[in-house]
Design a protein. Structure first.
Length: 546
């Protein structure tokens, strides 16, 4: 996507800092009935003075806001620094963020033009005239990804069909993705959260109110909000499985950046108004009644410094950690993404290695199980801080299985790896998601390769999580149907039983109390039923061993 695809804007404004009155809107253009009350505070959240530039996303009524912040050197009168924010409002009817990122690059240039001297508004006037929304019009521009898809080779189109379906067409996966598209943050999201991405995803799947507490640059946190909302949404192809009168919204409402001035709004929200937001204001973390889950983000990583992991707590102070199953799943996903990237880079460096049918890397997802088990045992520094320890029951069970039959234990590990592999089967390789290098493309390809690779990774990861959602909810739906089929009335009044086998089928940890609570809450949210979850373990001749 490029500038010509940017959505129309309902407002354009310039926010500056005045020594006497503080933040103020010094110039604005809006459509009739569009209010900018409070926008100046949303554009300049706490901590921006520590960075030279930033991009802030927020929600303002029926609009998504995008604001480009720029700081420049100034005189002593202005405390040796001058900063401005140029922002725009776009209709939320264009999506979670109204595709506001398509205006980001131009808004930065406008901010750079006026910082330090905001007298010349000609650039702002030109931009408003070019992009102002026609009153009563909210027509969405054609998506280049849809146009390109019609011209894809048949073999590539078939490969993309299932993955694109699982990814719900959330964003284009080709080279047209704008450099500020939040989907490009997926590699950073996985690196930041590691195995913690799974318990956070489950909290969002339960539609908890989740607040990310971070520091500037704010764009990073806003991008995480966008992608976590995408990953935890219910795939369109799976909507009919959820109970029609279910209380579960299909996705979490993404509010993006919020601050002190949003506390009244957040306080007025009913508990069922489930949202995901980020902030740089520490005081919000002290308002426990506002949120269900608080995620404290570490600052962006720096070279030669030990990595720091996020911390996740519930509003009542309980720690949230990844399970042992989450850790193995994360390591497997990381290993497979590394393989896909390596295959793409080998093709990029030597296109002659690729076959005409695009099957040159198809075997990468069919690596021997022994290799996969070796990969998932690779650890990262400090992983133990964010993962639940192995329970005594699980340790006793594993010891018993090893004692009873080492071969059976290997089979169990292989079965788990097979289940994780199935979540990635039939996904297209990086080459199927990226344009072939030919003609004029080859000259500029290396300079855009990171962006293209990140967009392809976003498509793969989104499809993976949407399949994981299906893997979790389908066994619950089957359990409800089985329980009802066993009654004459066709509706069981007793709690729906969930076995340890069901837990394994959902890719959950049958030993984890947190995963058991998750299943009970998910059953209640999506099906309005009570669940009774069996303990993990094994029985010999009817006698429980562990």
């Amino acid at each position: 996507m490029g500038k010509d695809d940017a959505p129309p804007i309902a407002a354009l404004y310039l926010v500056v800092f005045d020594q006497k009155v503080g933040y103020t809107i010094s110039w604005k253009r809006t459509l009739p009935d569009v209010s900018l009350d409070g926008v100046e505070y949303k554009c300049l959240p706490s901590g921006l003075h520590s960075v030279k530039q930033d991009l802030v996303y927020f929600v303002h009524g029926a609009y998504a806001g995008v604001s480009a912040f720029v700081q420049a050197e100034s005189d002593e009168q202005h405390r040796n620094a001058s900063f401005v924010a140029v922002g725009a409002l776009v209709p939320l009817s264009f999506g979670r963020l109204g595709k506001g990122w398509l205006h980001a690059a131009e808004l930065r240039l406008l901010a750079e033009d006026v910082v330090g001297s905001d007298e010349d508004k000609r650039g702002l006037e030109r931009y408003w005239k070019e992009y102002q929304q026609d009153v009563g019009s909210e027509r969405e521009p054609a998506s280049p990804s849809m146009v390109r898809r019609a011209s894809l080779p048949p073999e590539v189109s078939r490969k993309r069909k299932r993955a694109r379906s699982d990814a719900s067409d959330a964003f284009p996966s080709d080279h047209t993705m704008a450099s500020d598209h939040p989907a490009l943050s997926v590699p950073g999201l996985l690196n930041t959260f590691g195995p913690l991405v799974f318990p956070l995803y489950r909290a969002l799947l339960l539609r908890r109110r989740v607040l990310l507490l971070g520091t500037a640059p704010v764009q990073r946190s806003c991008n995480f909000v966008y992608m976590l909302s995408i990953l935890s949404s219910i795939p369109q192809s799976f909507i009919e499985v959820v109970q029609p009168d279910s209380d579960a919204p299909l996705r979490t409402q993404a509010l993006f950046n919020v601050g002190i001035h949003d506390i009244p709004f957040l306080s007025e929200q009913k508990r069922k108004a489930r949202w995901l937001a980020c902030t740089t204001d520490d005081i919000l973390s002290e308002k426990h009644q506002l949120y269900d889950v608080l995620v404290s983000l570490p600052p962006p990583p720096e070279a030669h410094k030990p990595r720091r992991w996020p911390t996740i707590h519930t509003s009542d102070g309980a720690d949230v950690k990844a399970t042992q199953r989450d850790l193995r799943r994360y390591r497997f996903l990381r290993a497979e993404l590394d393989r896909l990237r390596s295959s793409h880079r080998r093709y990029r460096d030597n296109p002659a290695n690729s076959t005409d049918d695009g099957e040159d890397t198809a075997q990468l997802l069919r690596a021997p199980t022994t290799d996969l088990l070796h990969e998932v045992k690779r650890s990262e520094p400090g992983e133990g801080q964010v993962v639940e320890p192995v329970s005594w029951s699980a340790m006793a069970y594993n010891s018993f299985m090893w004692w009873a039959s080492a071969g059976e234990m290997d089979a169990w590990e292989s079965e788990e790896a097979k289940g994780d592999r199935q979540l990635l089967e039939d996904l297209p390789e990086m080459e199927a998601l990226l344009p072939r290098i030919s003609g004029n493309d080859s000259e500029d390809y290396p300079t855009q390769d990171d962006t293209r690779e990140a967009s392809a990774t976003a498509t793969v990861v989104t499809a993976y999580f949407h399949r994981l959602t299906t893997q979790i909810i389908q066994p619950l739906a089957d359990a409800v149907e089985d329980a009802d089929d066993d009654t004459e009335e066709g509706l069981a009044e007793a709690a729906v039983p969930i076995s340890s086998y069901d837990m394994n089928a959902m890719g959950l940890d049958a030993w984890s109390p947190a995963d058991k609570r998750f299943v009970k809450d998910a059953m209640d949210l999506y099906f309005g039923r009570e669940a009774v979850v069996a303990d993990g373990g094994t029985r010999v001749c009817g006698v429980r061993i562990c």
